[in-house]
Design a protein around this ligand. Structure first.
Ligand SMILES: Nc1ncnc2c1ncn2[C@@H]1O[C@H](COP(=O)(O)OP(=O)(O)OP(=O)(O)O)[C@@H](O)[C@H]1O
Length: 521
């Protein structure tokens, strides 16, 4: 098999293979929800090429289960597809409070240790020191490969009212967690100190700081929206951490909307709605992530409405996040969306270049790996979509430098990110923009080049021109040419008009974010 399968397709192809091998329910529960894996190409100690595939799993329970049940098979498929030795590294995504390891779970290992286990080149003291600092800074990366450690015993106790506060087990699996691990579900590393401020998050951060200092007063509820990976989750954890620092006994709960849904389902099955009410209605601060997931879930919406009303009545604070502003939410009851909008609604924007650079430098510092400013600019210029992607790029560059024992410079960053850069260059073409915008506004692609002038066509066309200028290196005349031979002044007019309106019109701004994220992949 070819060894140059790009990393996105490599992981996609692993998933496709697993989809044919596993029962559908197993595949849908364990494999489908996983984010795309990261791939680093390396040389083994003996000089042979190898590929290290790093997969981030949302919680420890899933991580242990995937490690014990699927890691071996995944590695085999990866090896086959990549045409070289493949090593799988599983680690926790830094999203939730991580429960202490159960006794029978293998101890956490750093990426460096994993490489050593596998005989990959990382044996120098510099690499070991870097790996050690990595392990300390990261969320207890628990790494594995097939057969590398004994699988954790599957927790078997039934779900109890107390456990409902904790990590919702994936469908078809039960779990119990120690109460201390499930109390607030706040990730202590996501604080205001570790959140880089900038124009993109200025309003949201200011409002969040205000709520942390005086919960239950102004801006209740606080509704934070924005595209993926822009720091919404980080920000609401920061509020939880700040409040708990001031008032350690405050009843704070962070949860993802899907966990609320799963709570409602469980209580529905067991007819224990009083327990559900007791749990949610007693909080001082409820932090709920990604409320767009409530779409179409009527019973969940009803229970959330009840919790919402009860909490506001007793001046507890509610902070929600979503991928869109309240009125943009679909399939959510209007009595809820209008309440979501009744406090303060703020957007988090994609960070601008300087903020991306500051984030990279801060995150590299946290890993004890100083990042030269020119390299930070290079990465930030090329990775524009969101902070999560930026972090992924940084991890790759740092890993590449550690494992190749080369210093971090632009050449090395270019090398480490070459797959990502080529995917980006391939994806954002004017044709791609025209097609995506036409699909989004439900017009024909041919209307992008036509002379038709009705607003329903002219406006999407202007939006596409604006995006072509923003997202490609093409000049105004080149863009005009690709839009049916239009003059460059027409393109300039469109770019200025849409750019100006974007500053004032929230709905347009939101649509542009969606389009940009879609195009950047
Ligand atoms: N301003 C920032 N400073 C430092 N780190 C940031 C910043 N913004 C985001 N991050 C980091 O980027 C990653 C993604 O952020 P986060 O999970 O909060 O995004 P999100 O907006 O909640 O995305 P999603 O909608 O996909 O859940 C996290 O690791 C977070 O710590």
């Amino acid at each position: 098999m070819s060894a140059d399968v790009s990393e996105v397709t490599l992981w996609q192809r692993v998933c496709e293979r697993l989809a044919t091998e596993l029962p559908e329910q197993q595949f849908n529960t364990w494999i489908r929800p996983l984010p795309a894996a990261e791939v680093i190409h390396l040389q083994e100690g003996n000089g042979e090429d190898a590929v290290l595939v790093s997969l981030r799993v949302p919680n420890r329970f899933k991580l242990d289960w995937i490690r014990s049940q699927y890691a071996g098979r995944i590695e085999m498929i990866l090896g086959e597809l990549a045409g070289k030795t493949a090593r799988l590294e599983l680690s926790l995504a830094p999203r939730e409070t991580i429960a202490p390891l159960p006794r029978n779970t293998a101890p956490a290992a750093s990426m460096g240790q994993v490489l050593q286990q596998h005989g990959l080149r990382s044996g120098s003291s510099a690499a070991a020191a870097a790996a050690a600092s990595n392990a300390a800074a990261s969320n207890a990366a628990a790494s594995s490969s097939a057969g590398a450690s004994a699988p954790a015993a599957r927790p078997a106790a039934p779900v109890t009212a107390a456990s409902l506060v904790g990590n919702a087990p994936p469908p078809g699996a039960a779990q119990t967690l120690p109460p201390s691990a499930t109390r607030h579900r706040i990730n202590t590393s996501l604080t205001f100190d570790t959140l880089v401020p900038g124009r993109a998050n200025q309003m949201a951060r200011t409002a969040a700081l205000h709520v942390a200092g005086a919960p239950g007063q102004m801006y209740n509820p606080l509704f934070i929206y924005g595209g993926v990976g822009l720091g919404k989750t980080h920000l609401i954890h920061a509020v939880g951490n700040a409040l708990l620092k001031d008032r350690p006994d405050a009843r704070v709960l962070y949860l993802h909307a899907e966990q609320f849904i799963s709570d409602v389902v469980k209580n529905y099955q067991r007819k224990t709605f009083d327990e559900l009410k007791a749990k949610y209605h007693s909080l001082d601060l409820l932090l709920i992530d990604d409320v767009q997931f409530f779409a179409g879930k009527d019973r969940t919406q009803e229970e959330f409405f009840n919790a919402f009303e009860a909490l506001l009545a007793k001046r507890a604070h509610i902070i929600m996040t979503s991928d869109t502003y309240p009125k943009g939410l679909v399939d959510i009851d209007e009595r809820l969306t209008s309440r979501f909008d009744a406090g303060l609604t703020v957007a988090i924007e994609p960070p601008e270049l300087e903020m991306r650079v500051a984030i990279l430098i801060k995150k590299a510092e946290a890993e004890s790996a100083p990042m030269p400013e020119d390299v930070a600019f290079f990465i930030a210029k090329n990775v524009r979509a969101n902070v999560r992607e930026l972090e992924g790029a940084l991890r790759k560059v740092l890993a590449y430098s550690r494992f190749s024992h080369k210093e971090i410079n632009i050449q090395l960053a270019r090398e480490a990110l070459k797959d990502l850069l080529s995917i980006q260059n391939r994806q954002i073409s004017v044709e791609n923009i025209q097609k995506t915008v036409a699909d989004f506004y439900k017009i024909k692609v041919a209307d992008m080049y036509s002379k038709k002038r009705p607003a329903s066509i002219a406006r999407p066309r202007q939006i596409a021109m604006y995006l072509a200028k923003e997202l490609t290196q093409k000049s105004l005349p080149e863009i005009g040419e690709l839009f049916g031979g239009r003059d460059h002044t027409t393109v300039l007019h469109a770019v200025r008009k849409i750019g100006g309106e974007r500053q004032k019109n929230t709905e347009l701004n939101q649509q542009l974010h969606v389009l940009e994220q879609t195009l950047k992949g």
